[in-house]
Design a protein around this ligand. Structure first.
Ligand code: BGC
Length: 754
């Protein structure tokens, strides 16, 4: 049913559309990067005045946003305001843990709050739209963008997707202090061959629908206003021009009502891929596939050091309509979606940013508090031999903090952080000093220089232009041999060594794939030398992907995975190390032993020899080092009494599983209770386990709690290759509940028609 307000909006859209030239229509569908590159600003402002720009990305200076908006509103023929988009990935001014870390919190409510906070800060400077959340399922840690999503699992991915969309957007599109969410990259980008970014993707329809689509379905159901297509193509059809996926599946089946944007340059890239004949063909085919807006660099890409300004492919749309290559009705459909959104956001009434409110928003202490709690809840305790952690501040006199990532701000923040997010950053060293008190000496030695990429990031220049390099440990003036010795001596003379290792911010993210999962540079050598002193070692791991920890786990008493924890990261990790906060994060990915196992996932299919599942390689176990869903806490958890409300149900009925969770220890604990199912037989073989429910809980010492999980028919529905459709089978299901995907508390139920 259409409300009066919606009717009014639609009428405004039609009356605007009637007055637009073909060029102005194409302009509304054209989004440009506004970079600080000489010549590009003048070119883009002229394009804007001529009505040929509908949106900009990468402008974060509110004064600049207002001045560009003023051109759109006051100097263009129709005065249609601009939409400003930005990569608000894990915070804007206040930086939160990277998305893979947030997924490890298994706390959708918290993620919603995190993205609401990010939205509030971004909206304060005039940004209307986030190119987030990234919903790509990622099963290959070599792929650098694994850090940007929720990991390997469609169910966890879907819960995190809807939470983020709600957080960004608030109640409805246009809610005050909120921005549009743009789930990306539709779809299958995470399956790039060999984990190489942008490489080809080959997905079966079953994998697409059972694994890669569910987070997008959840994001759409939560009301996402935008979707971004992917660079890659399935079966040779690039994402920006895949009519079946955009128009039939996304809009038709999933009911998506918003607008679809291409990834950067990917309409022009249709030519590069060898798909479109030329840019006009590319524009026509993308638009006809259902793509509404072209994201384009505004520069002649690949033209060397000083690329000149250049229009996008959508600038050819007017000529294509005039030549009869494209029906104007098709163009109008896309323009309607953009105009409607601008009206819904209230941009015609309030196009400008209130510059006075920004500092108050940025200075809100609740934002830092949220960042700290998020970093605490995303950390995963992977190992704690002899309960070395938490460290007892009242007894310890000295801690050696060692490693090149212990005091590096950018590594603490992670990828996708630009100038506006480089405010106060608390490193692990800072955090430990803040929390230590007067009687505990905290001393630092980097030991080795910051590891760096062998092949620099293609984005290095851009990141620098955008001011995203924060000072880290200066390695200019240190003698490597002396510094290494100093670190080892410091470890020897201290009671505990907290060694902070992992990856720098530019080692993961876009264009940051790896061919090994080793600790980069000389980090393992440093760890060996520190461990050889006999001082107990606690490893704090910084980074955005699973790394090979086989050797590191032998050398350490404890491993705390902190990810890139964000602005408050150091305070959060110090609180966990000292026991002021309790670790309870769980892995959102299976943690491989070595790169050769990749991809290793918990939701695999049974082979014809299930009993050999862990012996598929002769060098080592084929099981992961740490299973999906794994993570320790300070204390014990016991599970008992898994019961089902019924063990025989009809196809469309729901089963409810209940379980008792007990904390027998004398300490407060954090646990993520997880429910997995397995379909024993049916129209397709189904994964040996699939996550279908979870809840993160805190239990006081001695506390016992009963939790219930529903298993509705929708949780048992899947895409069957035989039927080429979604099916519900009559079959028997196994159920497990516990603290990881290796849970062993078991029950079963049978499903029959009627
Ligand atoms: C990335 C997107 C991002 C866009 C804009 C692209 O290179 O693939 O994820 O949103 O750039 O920065």
């Amino acid at each position: 049913m259409t409300t009066d307000l919606e009717k009014n909006h639609l009428e405004r859209v039609e009356s605007l559309l009637d007055s637009m030239s073909l060029e102005e229509k194409a302009g509304q569908l054209s989004q440009y990067f506004y970079l600080q590159v000489p010549g590009q600003d003048k070119f883009l402002e002229a394009e804007l005045r001529a009505g040929r720009v509908g949106s900009f990305l990468f402008v974060t200076d509110p004064t600049k946003i207002n001045s560009l908006q003023r051109i759109a509103v006051e100097e263009t023929r129709l005065g249609i305001p601009l939409l400003f988009g930005f990569d608000v990935i894990h915070g804007f001014r206040t930086i939160f843990p990277v998305p893979l870390g947030m997924a490890a919190s298994w706390d959708p409510k918290l993620y919603e709050q995190v993205q609401a906070t990010a939205a509030r800060e971004a909206r304060a400077v005039g940004i209307h739209w986030a190119f987030a959340p990234m919903l790509d399922i990622a099963r290959d840690p070599r792929w650098g963008r694994i850090v940007e999503g929720a990991g390997e699992d469609p169910y966890l991915g879907a819960r995190m997707a809807e939470a983020q969309v709600r957080g960004f957007q608030g109640e409805t599109l246009g809610s005050a202090g909120h921005i549009i969410a743009g789930p990306k990259h539709y779809v299958g980008y995470g399956a790039a061959l060999g984990g190489r970014d942008y490489d080809e993707v080959n997905l079966s329809e079953s994998e697409l629908r059972n694994v890669y689509l569910p987070p997008f379905a959840a994001g759409v159901a939560a009301g996402a206003g935008n979707i971004m297509t992917s660079y890659v193509g399935i079966g040779g059809v690039p994402g920006a021009a895949d009519r079946r996926l955009i128009t039939e599946v996304l809009r038709g089946e999933l009911g998506f009502k918003g607008f679809v944007v291409s990834d950067a340059a990917s309409v022009v890239d249709l030519v590069t891929h060898g798909f479109a004949r030329d840019e006009r063909d590319a524009a026509v085919r993308a638009l006809s596939a259902g793509l509404d807006m072209e994201m384009w660099l505004g520069l002649q890409f690949g033209a060397g050091a000083n690329p000149g300004p250049k229009q996008g492919a959508f600038a050819t749309l007017p000529a294509a309509v005039e030549a009869g290559e494209l029906d104007e009705k098709q163009l109008n459909e896309a323009v309607r979606r953009i105009l409607l959104l601008k009206i819904q956001l209230g941009l015609f009434e309030q196009p400008y940013v209130d510059l006075d409110g920004i500092q108050t928003t940025f200075g809100d202490p609740a934002h830092r508090e949220t960042a700290r709690v998020a970093a605490e809840r995303s950390a995963v305790l992977l190992r704690n031999e002899g309960n070395k952690l938490p460290l007892d501040r009242t007894k310890l006199r000295s801690i050696a903090v060692i490693g090149p990532l212990a005091d590096n701000k950018m590594a603490t923040l992670g990828p996708w952080v630009f100038a506006q997010g480089l405010g106060a950053t608390v490193t692990v060293l800072d955090g430990l000093k803040n929390a230590a008190g007067d009687n505990l000496k905290i001393e630092f030695a980097s030991g080795i220089p910051l590891p760096s990429r062998a092949i620099p990031s293609p984005f290095a220049g851009m990141a620098e232009a955008l001011g995203s390099t924060a000072p880290g440990v200066s390695t200019d003036d240190f003698d490597e041999v002396e510094e290494f010795k100093r670190a080892v001596e410091l470890a020897r003379s201290s009671e505990v060594a907290v060694v902070v290792l992992g990856e720098t911010d530019d080692m993961n993210g876009e264009s940051a794939s790896r061919s090994t999962l080793d600790l980069p540079g000389r980090q393992l050598e440093l760890l060996e030398a520190v461990a050889a002193t006999g001082t107990p070692v606690v490893l704090v791991l910084i980074g955005g992907r699973p790394l090979d920890l086989r050797r590191a786990s032998q050398l350490t008493s404890a491993i705390l995975l902190g990810w890139h924890p964000g602005s408050e990261g150091g305070n959060a990790l110090a609180r966990l190390l000292f026991g002021d906060a309790v670790p309870g994060g769980k892995l959102p990915v299976s943690w491989p032993r070595s790169v050769g196992q990749v991809p290793v996932i918990y939701s695999r299919l049974n082979s014809h020899q299930p009993h050999t599942a862990s012996k598929r390689y002769w060098e080592e176990e084929s099981t992961p080092l740490y299973p999906f869903g794994f993570g320790l806490t300070y204390g014990q958890v016991e599970y008992s009494n898994l019961t089902l409300n019924s063990t025989n149900i009809g196809l469309n009925e729901t089963v409810t599983a209940s379980v008792e969770v007990h904390n027998p220890s004398g300490k407060q604990i954090e646990e993520v209770v997880q429910l997995y199912i397995h379909q024993r037989y049916g129209r397709a073989a189904r994964p040996v386990r699939e996550l279908k429910g979870f809840e993160r809980i805190t239990l006081a010492p001695g506390e016992k709690r009963t939790l219930s999980f529903e298993i509705p028919s929708s949780a048992r529905r899947y895409w069957s290759a035989t039927e080429q459709n979604y099916v519900l089978d009559e079959t028997t299901f196994d159920v497990w509940v516990g603290g990881s995907s290796a849970a062993d508390l078991h029950a079963e139920f049978t499903v029959k028609e009627g």
